[in-house]
Design a protein around this ligand. Structure first.
Ligand code: SAM
Length: 208
């Protein structure tokens, strides 16, 4: 998977490549899909949600430019696969998920890999704001669900010098956006690939 789908498609960050070689994807997928765990596909994880395509996971992670010292926020724990990579590449990870059974299953997988630098939060109450205000600011924020626009609440939770990666577009098709906040709080935006994520639900996201 890593050679054919990640390195061959110009993912160059050696730390990202090594983390993907280290974290087994099959433990994050349902048994029925285990044979497809290393194909370059998003797969169902239950609750109408998906584990993201490995190439997109690699690309989004590379865009965060993690060095190992960062405090990272992830919105959309899902299976916990992306979370496991972040936990391997950064100092601390805060990951929020709105579907309780997914968060509980992700916790089991992360514990089985002894990734204890991850805090999970279940945001399942109606109208709960996106993000994790009490723990802000974050050096990096990754959103693994598609948003109608970049939520200003997440820009507010980004530290100076930090990066936010998020798919933005319609409920079914989006484009990946990377926002960089400089030391003066000025924002720069870079557009990259088109992608297809499940919707980000909530205030500044889509209605459920
Ligand atoms: N990164 C995940 C993985 O590797 O398995 C993929 C996550 S899946 C594409 C998107 C997840 O975002 C879903 O599990 C969904 O429930 C969650 N989600 C959607 N809106 C959310 C919100 N406002 N807060 C937290 N999680 C949310």
């Amino acid at each position: 998977m890593v050679n054919d789908q990640i390195v061959a498609r110009e993912i160059r960050d050696r730390r990202v490549i090594d983390a993907m070689l280290k974290i087994p994807r099959h433990i994050f997928v349902q048994e029925a899909f285990a044979a497809q765990a290393y194909s370059d596909k998003a797969l169902p994880i239950g609750e109408k949600q998906t584990i993201s395509q490995p190439y997109i996971v690699a690309l989004m992670t590379e865009k965060l430019a993690l060095t190992g010292t960062e405090k990272v926020l992830e919105i959309g724990t899902g299976s916990g696969y992306q979370t496991a990579l972040l936990a391997t590449l950064a100092d601390r990870v805060y990951s929020a998920e709105r579907i309780r059974p997914l968060a509980l299953q992700a916790r089991k997988c992360l514990d089985s890999l002894k990734l204890f630098n991850v805090q999970l939060r279940i945001n399942d109450s109606e109208g709960s704001p996106i993000g994790w205000e009490e723990e802000a600011p974050f050096d990096a924020i990754i959103v693994t669900a598609g948003a109608p626009e970049v939520p200003s609440i997440l820009i507010d939770q980004l530290a100076p010098g930090g990066r936010l990666v998020i798919p933005v577009g319609t409920g079914t098709d989006q484009q990946l956006i990377t926002i960089t906040k400089d030391e003066n709080g000025e924002l720069q935006q870079e557009l990259s690939v088109f992608c297809r994520f499940v919707p980000l639900i909530g205030k500044q996201g889509w209605q459920s």
